[in-house]
Ligand binder design. Structure first.
Ligand code: GLU
Length: 303
């Protein structure tokens, strides 16, 4: 897999990709403004993508608010905006490709069953169960122990299941092709470095959920490729996810964008902003009389 060449002929393409599951706060504003500033500096295009695959958390009023809040900040983006929920077929096609490679398997376990199995393993093995970079326990491989006949019977019975990536199989395939998994991390002020990706630390990630026929990782990778994104600019909280994204890109034969993972805007306690911690939404600040100019200044993006 070669990294996408950003030569003289390629127009850089950047994207801001919020999920409409709440109102945007200063952290989102920073990410959007940084994307816009870099698109301008690189002479590139700026896309807005609505990552709304989760129907239980995403709401039309949040999507509407994203358009209003970004316009209020003075941002402009290309139309039409890609909404992930309109493109399930694209994610299905990528999933089918991975299935054909034999790298996907069904997992029928409930969250509770997974928790119970992990607790059991911790007890018998006398050590804490390993966790992924987000702090979630790694999947303990329950479905791997199912016999093929049982899998076929449960699938035929229409039992709800997630689809997981066979991480060991995927890495084996990659190793067989002699390719190293890396990505180019770029610095907005110039400079690049090649970073090794270590997707194994995520275990058998979910590619399609029981209720949603795709996942964050799969949709992001498919969309970045379909939209020709050359520079992914997003928060540090997603840096480790890049390892999975690079693996999926390599397996699916998709180009690799360059990546910049920016620092997160934090509150007075030094914590990442979140609605659950009462961080004010941009619209709350606006209602309180704070101007868009003031916000841009505060975040380091004067006009
Ligand atoms: N939709 C993700 C979020 O809101 C961002 C995805 C990305 O930038 O890759 O956190």
């Amino acid at each position: 897999m070669t990294h996408a060449a950003v030569g003289a002929k390629t127009t850089p393409v950047l994207r801001f990709a919020p999920s409409p599951n709440g109102f945007l706060h200063l952290g989102h504003a920073y990410s959007a403004l940084l994307n816009a500033a870099l698109a301008r500096r690189l002479g590139g295009r700026l896309l807005l993508r609505i990552e709304d695959i989760d129907p239980t958390r995403c709401r039309p009023e949040f999507e509407q608010a994203i358009y209003e809040d970004l316009a209020w900040l003075g941002l402009a983006w290309e139309e039409p905006v890609r909404r992930q929920s309109d493109h399930m077929d694209d994610y299905g096609a990528a999933l089918a490709k991975l299935r054909e490679m034999g790298l996907v398997y069904p997992c029928f376990a409930s969250r509770q069953e997974i928790r119970t199995a992990i607790a059991e393993r911790e007890r018998t093995e006398g050590r804490p169960w390993p966790r992924d970079p987000d702090g979630a326990p790694l999947y303990p491989g329950l479905a791997r122990r199912l016999q093929a006949g049982e899998v076929a019977r449960r699938l035929a019975a229409g039992e709800p299941h997630a689809l997981r990536l066979d991480m060991a199989g995927a890495l084996g395939r990659l190793a067989a092709s002699g390719r190293d998994l890396t990505f180019v991390a770029f610095d907005p002020d110039g400079g690049e470095r090649v970073v090794s990706a270590d997707p194994a630390r995520w275990g058998d990630v979910v590619l399609a959920r029981k209720e949603v026929p795709t996942s964050y990782h799969l949709s992001v990778v498919v969309d970045d490729a379909l939209q020709g994104v050359t520079h992914v600019v997003r928060g540090r909280d997603l840096e480790a996810a890049t390892d999975v994204h690079r693996l999926l890109q390599a397996l699916l034969g998709l180009p690799a964008p360059r990546y910049h993972h920016h620092d997160l805007v934090v509150d007075e306690a030094g914590l990442k902003l979140a609605k659950s911690r009462g961080s004010p939404a941009l619209r709350d600040l606006r209602a309180a009389g704070v101007g868009a100019d003031e916000i841009r200044q505060r975040l380091g993006f004067p006009l």
